[in-house]
Design a protein around this ligand. Structure first.
Ligand code: FNR
Length: 180
């Protein structure tokens, strides 16, 4: 299966991007590539011309269209979706909505105890409106990140095992519901 990973964090040392890289290792039988969203312009409808978009937006939209499934890794910013991720989703949603019908799952990493739940629920709301087919369970809230990641790698064995189980559920789900 061709999976596109989208991290909501632009920082080099991101725990969420590290979790996506770990997902690549945990899914050796699938092709998981990670999208670049840091060069997308801020949503501005004036940048759309007759259904065409700025080059980085066209690139992301093509990557989403080509993917069988999408794996979102989101930080929590002020109890909600981080702006870079919302911006990417907003561009992807413009007609024709490239996310419609795509199977997807959400994972998230935070330093605190809540593990991005306050970002994941509003993200679920937005993706639901866009007709994304979201995996319901298991939910993946990875808290206490400082104790689980070292040098940009997920080193906590229990968390890796849990992530592996969740990803297996995701690819099984995506295989069942994917279009085409
Ligand atoms: C944060 N952070 C944060 N963490 C959290 O658990 N709940 C929150 O509401 C917020 N709010 C917040 C706002 C802003 C603007 C920033 C920059 C950060 C902290 C956040 O979880 C932390 O920076 C993580 O390391 C971000 O994820 P990455 O970049 O490591 O993937």
């Amino acid at each position: 299966m061709k999976i596109l990973g989208i991290s909501g964090s632009l920082r080099k040392g991101s725990w969420n991007s590290a979790a996506l890289r770990e997902a690549v290792a945990l899914l050796p039988d699938h092709e998981l590539s990670i999208a670049e969203i840091g060069d997308l312009p801020l949503m501005n409808q004036d940048l759309e011309q007759d259904g065409t978009f700025p080059a980085p937006v066209e690139r992301l939209r093509a990557q989403i269209t080509a993917a069988d499934a999408i794996l979102f890794a989101t930080p929590e910013y002020n109890a909600s979706i981080p702006a870079p991720l919302k911006n990417a989703i907003d561009w992807a949603s413009r007609p024709a909505n490239t996310l419609a019908g795509k199977p997807a799952a959400i994972i998230g990493v935070s330093p605190g105890a809540l593990g991005t739940s306050r970002a994941q629920y509003p993200l679920r709301q937005t993706l639901g409106v866009l007709a994304v087919q979201l995996l319901g369970q298991p939910e993946v809230f990875i808290g206490a990140a400082a104790q689980k990641f070292q040098d940009g790698k997920l080193t906590d064995a229990g968390t890796r095992e849990f992530l592996g189980t969740a990803l297996a559920a995701f690819v099984a789900f995506a295989g069942r519901v994917k279009i085409g």
